[in-house]
Ligand binder design. Structure first.
Ligand code: UT7
Length: 334
């Protein structure tokens, strides 16, 4: 049975850097509070008229394709993960396909909505299609523009300071090489917690799916029970990682590099300590980009790879937790 290996990685972040001090001029917050609670120092915001969810994804995808030595025409299947799509419908996958100039080929595009776990959910879907032999090259993209949907009033400050814009992509290719590529993926969800971290409007469930009231009562902005999410996350991250390790017969000390979803440096640290991993085996870059949801893992993995932290034969562990709740892990032999 073929396996899926990561043949190329890419990323794109908008040029507009927004520091904690910049935010403190717009809302009642401080550099000290944001750094202490989350580790974030700055994030990127998109430029309207220049960056779109789809074209940011396409720039990341093109980099991943170039590094894989492939052309967009070689892609058999596109998976696009975002929580802030360009349109209510259609999904951003078809827009990315158009951006890449392969619409005439009819390349299929699937949109998934698994928020912070979107990248690993997508990786798992890609892996299943490759293992069955249906596709050889799958493009997996996570792209997010959060900044246009954040609440810049004091009420929304706990959420607003955490998020940033960006895109990441990988090309997954079929390989017959022994013990290489994705070894396993583990996916979970708990819908009981859906409203603990959510944007509740616009919604199809009301007389008009968008209304002035929704804006007036701030339902168009994200809500989050931060403490609750934090507690759940620090429990589920190690659980889903151990599940992947146990299935494949590895131990935590076999992990060469751990790249967690970049939600909060304190969460990543707590998970690292629970797993007993030394700091040098974990790659974090939330300091520079904040939480970019479905894009956070591919952006961080790309950076780790560029820094030479991922070497041939390494055991790489990815894990995520987020809205849904959803959580997931992946073990990859590089
Ligand atoms: O990827 C999606 C998953 N999301 C997450 O994983 C986020 C998980 N949660 C968290 O990261 C943390 O809960 C936060 C960073 C969001 C908040 O940290 P916290 O230590 O849980 O703070 P808190 O919400 O309990 O708030 C503590 C205080 C409050 O003031 P009082 O009641 O103690 O007077 C807040 O009003 O901090 C205040 N506060 C702020 N102050 C300055 C909340 N947000 C801010 C802010 N700036 N931006």
């Amino acid at each position: 049975m073929p396996r899926s290996k990561i043949a190329g990685l890419g990323f794109y972040v908008p040029k507009n850097v927004v520091t904690n001090d910049d935010l403190a001029q717009r809302i009642d917050t401080s550099d000290e509070w944001i750094r202490e609670r989350s580790g974030i120092q700055e994030r990127r915001y998109f430029t309207p008229g220049e960056d779109t969810v789809a074209n940011m994804g396409a720039r990341a995808a093109q980099m991943a394709l170039d590094r894989a030595g492939l052309k967009a025409e070689d892609i058999d299947f596109i998976i696009f993960a975002t929580l802030n799509p360009d349109y209510f419908f259609p999904g951003s996958g078809v827009l990315l396909q158009r951006e890449l100039g392969i619409n005439h080929l009819g390349t299929p595009a699937l949109d998934i909505r698994n928020q912070c776990s979107g990248f690993i959910y997508g990786l798992s879907i890609a892996d299943q299609f490759i293992k069955t032999g249906m596709y050889k090259n799958v493009l997996m993209v996570g792209s997010e523009i959060h900044s246009s949907g954040l609440d810049f009033s004091d009420e929304g400050r706990a959420v607003t300071v955490l998020f940033g814009d960006g895109a990441g992509a990988v090309v997954l290719s079929a390989t017959d090489e022994e013990d290489k590529g994705i070894l396993t993926t583990k996916l979970h969800a708990d819908g009981e917690q859906a409203e603990k971290l959510a944007v509740l409007a616009p919604t199809a469930n009301e007389e008009r799916h968008i209304s002035k009231e929704m804006i007036d009562d701030r339902r168009v902005f994200p809500v989050m029970n931060g403490r609750y999410v934090f507690k759940f996350a620090v429990e589920k991250f190690p659980e889903v990682i151990m599940e992947a390790l146990n299935e494949t017969g590895y131990k935590t000390e076999d992990i060469d590099l751990f790249v967690p979803h970049q939600a909060n440096l304190r969460i990543a640290e707590a998970v690292r300590k629970t797993l007993g991993l030394p700091p040098e085996k974990v790659h974090n870059n939330i300091m520079k980009y904040g939480n970019t949801t479905a894009a956070s893992i591919p952006i961080a993995l790309n950076e780790a790879w560029e820094l030479g932290k991922v070497k041939e034969g390494d055991l790489v562990c990815l894990a995520a937790f987020g809205s849904g709740f959803t959580w997931a892990s992946a073990l990859i032999r590089w």
